[in-house]
Design a protein around this ligand. Structure first.
Ligand SMILES: Nc1ncnc2c1ncn2[C@@H]1O[C@H](COP(=O)(O)OP(=O)(O)OP(=O)(O)O)[C@@H](O)[C@H]1O
Ligand SMILES: [Mg+2]
Length: 251
C-alpha cells in the first residue's frame, strides 16, 4: 500500500479542535473556556508578531533566510479575508503556523473555536476512497458516524463530486482531489476556515459553488481566510491582506 500522510498531518489537515496551550514557540489559546478570543469585540483569530526563518543552503554557505518578520493578522466572526502576495512571500508558511502545523520562531496565535484547514497540497491517502476519507476524518473530529454521513452527503452535493465517492484517491483527477481536500476541511463545520489556494484545480461551476458556499458561511457568522492569486476574486473578499517583506499589510 502506498504510504499516506502521517495521521498527525491528517489531524492537522482535518483542522479539528486545536490543542490548548502552547504549540512550539507560538502561544495558542485553544478550546479551553477563558482562552477564547471570540466575542462581539474580539476577533476569532489573532496572530501577533509572527516571525519565521528557514535554514537554506549547504555548509559553508548555510544561512537563515527570514520569511515572516512580525506578521500580524486578525479575523472577526463573519469575515471573509483574502491573503495575497507574490510566490514565496510566505502565505503557506503563515497558514501552517496559524493551524499549528509549523512552529514560528516568535509571536503568538490565539484562536476561538474549531479550525478547518485546507493545505495547498492535498494531504490524502492514495488507497482510500472519498467515503473512507470522510469516515476517517469523522473519527478524527469525534463526529458521530450518522453526522459524518449526513455532512459528507451535503458536501458531495455542494461541491458536485458524489459520483466519485467509492473511487480511490489514486484514481481521482486533480480537481476532484482539491474538492475532497476542501470538503474534509469543512466536514466538522469549523468556525474558522483557512484555505490555501483551495480552488486552483476547480472547473468554473465548482468555482462558483465555492463562492456561494463561502457566502453562506459568512452569513452564518463563520470566518474564512483564503489564499488567492486571482485578481478577479478581490471583490468577493471583505478585506485583503498582502504579505510583503514578511509583514501583513492591509490593501
Ligand atoms: N521547509 C522549507 N525549508 C526551506 N525553505 C522553505 C521551506 N518551506 C518554504 N520555504 C521557503 O519559504 C518561502 C515562503 O514559502 P511559502 O510556501 O510560504 O510561500 P507562498 O507565499 O505560499 O508561495 P506560493 O504562492 O508559491 O504558494 C519560499 O522562499 C520557500 O522557498
Ligand atoms: Mg503557498
Amino acid at each position: 500500500m502506498t504510504p499516506g500522510p502521517d495521521p498527525a498531518d491528517v489531524a492537522t489537515s482535518a483542522g479539528g479542535a486545536r490543542p490548548s496551550g502552547r504549540v512550539g514557540s507560538v502561544d495558542v489559546a485553544g478550546d479551553s473556556p477563558g482562552a477564547h478570543v471570540g466575542s462581539a469585540t474580539c476577533p476569532v483569530l489573532r496572530a501577533r508578531g509572527i516571525a519565521k526563518s528557514y535554514r537554506r543552503g549547504l555548509w559553508p554557505r548555510r544561512r537563515d533566510v527570514a520569511v515572516l518578520c512580525g506578521a500580524e493578522l486578525e479575523l472577526c466572526a463573519g469575515e471573509v479575508v483574502g491573503l495575497v502576495g507574490e510566490n514565496g512571500s510566505g502565505k503557506s508558511t503563515l497558514m501552517k503556523i496559524l493551524v499549528g502545523a509549523l512552529d514560528a520562531d516568535a509571536g503568538s496565535v490565539e484562536v476561538s473555536g474549531r479550525i478547518g484547514y485546507c493545505p495547498q497540497e492535498p494531504l490524502l491517502y492514495e488507497q482510500l476512497t472519498c467515503d473512507e476519507h470522510f469516515g476517517l476524518f469523522g473519527v478524527a473530529y469525534l463526529l458521530d458516524p450518522d453526522a459524518t454521513r449526513a455532512e459528507s452527503e451535503g458536501l458531495y452535493d455542494t461541491l458536485g463530486f458524489g459520483r466519485w465517492r467509492s473511487t480511490q484517491v489514486a484514481e481521482l483527477s486533480g480537481g476532484t482531489r482539491a474538492k475532497l481536500n476542501l470538503a474534509l476541511a469543512l466536514l466538522a463545520d469549523p468556525d474558522l476556515l483557512l484555505l490555501d489556494e483551495p480552488y486552483a484545480g476547480f472547473d468554473w461551476d465548482t468555482y462558483l459553488r465555492f463562492w456561494s458556499l463561502t457566502a453562506s458561511r459568512r452569513a452564518a457568522g463563520r470566518s474564512v481566510l483564503v489564499v488567492s492569486h486571482f485578481v478577479s476574486d478581490h471583490e468577493r473578499f471583505d478585506r485583503i491582506v498582502e504579505l510583503h517583506d514578511g509583514r501583513a499589510i492591509p490593501r
